[in-house]
Design a protein around this ligand. Structure first.
Ligand code: MOS
Length: 752
């Protein structure tokens, strides 16, 4: 196939630098380890009051009575906000105009739609007084029986899943493919509800000044948050100033502004003073999103050679009674394995829970755990090594669209990780390996995949007469290292050393950097930064090449390169001028340029774009007690250009550890009678601690992808989860001979 591709905004000149690719330490690391990094809740504007949420202890019904008088009479309490006195809003919080607009509970009435929903806000001079005031409200409820669990309500086919992909989709004839198969498997897998639970709970410090609003709050999408708040309060977005320099994690739950954050703003409006509101840990289990539970059935057919003839992937999931987010779990089968027939379908129920939301690798994480387990079952049914089976069936083109994609990169990931892991020594049959202590040992693999998404972003670059540079974009750092990676891209984009670049981000007053989500932030805002650099260098070059006194006079734009704070002639690099000299001659203190980062529709039409990886896991299982430990993880990932290998490895480690968590630890347990979450705390909502994750390796597989964007950046944030959970489950099977089909895997599942 020959294609005419317009690569994204190819710069009109070459800039050379050495920052991209360096394993630099975090620029904000010192601030963080010394406690000087200011998170939202660290702010204390003068006159600030504390707001505490009172939340529902039932899942469904209405608030019949609140002892507002008792709370108001408590020393230090200034005001109690209820539906009676909540300031008016310009937009109905139950309105929904697009899939990114989620319905919010903002005390619009007395109805309760999920546990931990806000029923009142107590505002006081101290946190203690507000907390005590909230306890004095002693709510009485009219409770109805909650709808709980994937069989707890009538199911339906959603209008779309994820952000609008079809709920039902197919190519080829799956039933015919299954019928003609020499071997078939069918299996059902269950994944639980999980809650994002960032270290930093949602928090806000809000201060009104007339109709202008100043906010400190963690946000993965500053401009989107600004727009949502503007709509709710009927004020102009530019009158809302959000500072969000650091996030203590987000994972999707800080992508959209949440109800409690808006309640903080409402509380500040009600009392006419700045207000701080921080969620308590248990209040994170409800109003700020979660990963929906799924039950997925896979039917897979293979011919006599172990070649797939059909994949049918059906997922049942749950959403809230009042809003729509449908975990696109079955769509995981769209992108990995070649089969002449593939069908995916979704159904859903409405439950009395908070609305589920994007949570790290939404769809891919839940879907790939089922798909990778089922592929392993299929390999076993064919008597084949699971790696060999995957290599035989891995797609050379994207299965559903036929578009070319980077299958070579995935093969390289398999090769490098299996070599490093020592996979060739693996016995085919389960229960063959024991360690010196008698623990059953098993090895498993999982394929990792995540789309290389781009959103929209803008950046502004400045070069100053003193030779330094400035790059501004309202980017968000959830902890992934954006402060460092973007500064590296900025330095190369400006042809400067990184120490000469002032990088500003984390504020809604800066150019819109899009969202830190979908693993697309580095590519999107990175391209905006790169292009802003190109724009300002182009203007600077024009000043030089058009001036007779310049060393560069007469060289056209393509004839100039920027490096080390100087412009050089490409045909004679000894002829150069510093940025400062050029600006001084022009009588300018500084010069600026703007750039955007945006996906290129032509290349996206022509190519499928995904990051790829392969994860190999070793587990040890106590033969008597069924206790499982992951003892080794080796992942290899190809995700385009690596801006900073230290940060990228750290993202993969985080993703892989989350994969272990998915396989063995994490689950929100709902009480069937009350509908309440029984383990709404970090003691009983299990996550892996250091002792659960002894050895993790992430290999960075080199990949030049010229199609995703001019810098060749894909994303690394989410892919690590997608291969690991399946790899752990498959290793558990290899150790024990028992096929895990319910996650997290429990000891009792392994005891026969
Ligand atoms: Mo996210 S679900 O933090 O991209």
């Amino acid at each position: 196939m020959t294609l005419e591709l317009s690569l994204n905004q190819q710069p009109a000149h070459v800039r050379q630098g050495s920052s991209i690719g360096q394993p630099l330490i975090r620029r904000d690391g010192f601030l963080k380890v010394t406690g000087a990094a200011r998170y939202a809740a660290d702010n204390h504007p003068p006159g600030m009051l504390y707001a505490v949420l009172a939340v529902s202890s039932i899942a469904r019904g209405r608030v019949a009575w609140l002892d507002v008088e008792a709370a108001k009479a408590h020393g230090g309490v200034v005001e109690v906000m209820t539906p009676e006195n909540r300031p008016p809003l310009a937009t109905d919080p139950d309105a929904k105009n697009n899939p990114f607009m989620f319905r919010l509970d903002l005390l619009q009435n007395d109805r309760i739609r999920y546990p931990n929903q806000t029923i009142a806000v107590v505002i006081a001079e101290t946190l203690e007084a507000a907390t005590e005031g909230a306890a004095l409200l002693s709510p009485r409820y009219e409770a109805q029986s909650p709808r709980v669990g994937l069989d707890g309500a009538e199911s339906f086919v959603p209008g779309g899943v994820g952000i609008g992909s079809p709920a039902v989709h197919h190519k080829g004839d799956v039933e015919a493919g299954l019928k003609s198969a020499a071997t078939r498997i069918e299996a059902t897998y269950q994944t639980p509800a999980q809650y994002h639970n960032a270290m930093e709970p949602h928090a806000i410090v809000a201060a009104w000044n007339g109709d202008s609003l100043s906010i400190d709050t963690p946000s993965q999408g500053l401009a989107m948050a600004q727009g949502r708040i503007a709509g709710l309060f009927g004020i102009a977005p530019q009158d809302i100033h959000i500072r969000s320099p650091f996030l203590g994690g987000g994972f999707g739950s800080k992508g959209m502004i949440s109800g409690p954050q808006v309640l903080g703003i409402l509380a500040a409006r009600l009392v006419g003073r700045p207000v701080k509101l921080v969620l308590r840990r248990e209040q994170m289990f409800g109003p700020v999103g979660h990963r929906a539970p799924t039950r997925q059935t896979l039917r897979i057919g293979m011919d006599g050679e172990g070649q797939l003839t059909a994949i049918d992937h059906h997922a049942k999931t749950a959403t809230s009674t009042f809003d729509d987010f449908f975990e696109p779990a079955a769509d995981a089968s769209h992108t990995l394995y070649a089969s002449p027939a593939i069908a995916t379908s979704h159904e859903a129920v409405r439950l009395d829970t908070g609305t589920p939301l994007f949570m790290r690798a939404p769809g891919e994480a839940t879907g790939s755990i089922a798909l990778e387990s089922a592929i392993d079952e299929a390999a076993t049914a064919c008597g084949m090594d699971p790696l060999e089976f995957r290599l035989r069936n891995y797609a050379e083109v994207e299965p559903m669209t036929g578009k070319p994609f980077s299958s070579k990169a995935l093969r390289e990931c398999y090769a490098q990780a299996s070599e490093r892991f020592g996979w060739q020594r693996r016995p085919l049959k389960p229960r063959q390996m024991r360690d010196k202590d008698g623990f059953l040992t098993g090895w498993g693999i999982g394929t990792a995949t995540f789309p290389a998404i781009m959103f929209q972003a803008e950046a502004r670059a400045v070069l100053r007469a003193d030779g330094s540079g400035l790059m501004e974009t309202g980017a968000q750092d959830m902890g992934q290292g954006a402060w460092t990676a973007f500064a590296q891209i900025a330095a190369d984009g400006l042809g400067l050393d990184i120490d000469q670049v002032d990088f500003r981000a984390g504020s809604s007053d800066l150019p819109n950097a899009g969202i830190a989500g979908g693993s697309g932030h580095t590519a999107t805002a990175g391209m905006a930064i790169h292009n802003a650099g190109a724009a300002v260098i182009t203007r600077l070059a024009a000043l030089a090449t058009s001036h007779e006194a310049s060393q560069l006079f007469g060289a056209d734009n393509e004839g100039v390169l920027a490096r080390g704070g100087r412009l050089h002639r490409r045909d004679d690099e000894s002829r150069s001028e510093s940025y400062g000299e050029i600006l001084a001659r022009a009588g300018l203190a500084e010069i600026d340029g703007r750039g955007t980062g945006t996906p290129d529709p032509a290349s996206r039409e022509a190519y499928a774009m995904h990051a790829h990886g392969a994860v190999f896991a070793e587990v040890k299982v106590d033969p008597d007690f069924g206790q499982i430990r992951v003892t080794r993880l080796v992942g290899a990932f190809a995700a385009g250009r690596v801006i900073n290998p230290r940060l990228v490895r750290s993202q993969y480690y985080g993703g892989m550890i989350w994969g272990v968590s998915f396989a063995l630890h994490e689950e929100a347990v709902t009480d069937r009678r009350s509908g309440r979450i029984q383990n709404a705390n970090l003691a009983e909502y299990h996550i892996p601690v250091n002792a659960d994750v002894p050895s993790v390796e992430a290999l960075l597989v080199h990949e030049d992808d010229p199609y995703v964007n001019a810098l060749g950046i894909k994303g690394v944030g989410e892919i690590g989860i997608t291969g690991t959970a399946g790899a752990v489950a498959n290793a558990v099977w290899h150790a024990t001979g028992v096929r895990p089909r319910r996650f997290p895997i429990r000891i009792e599942d392994l005891l026969g």
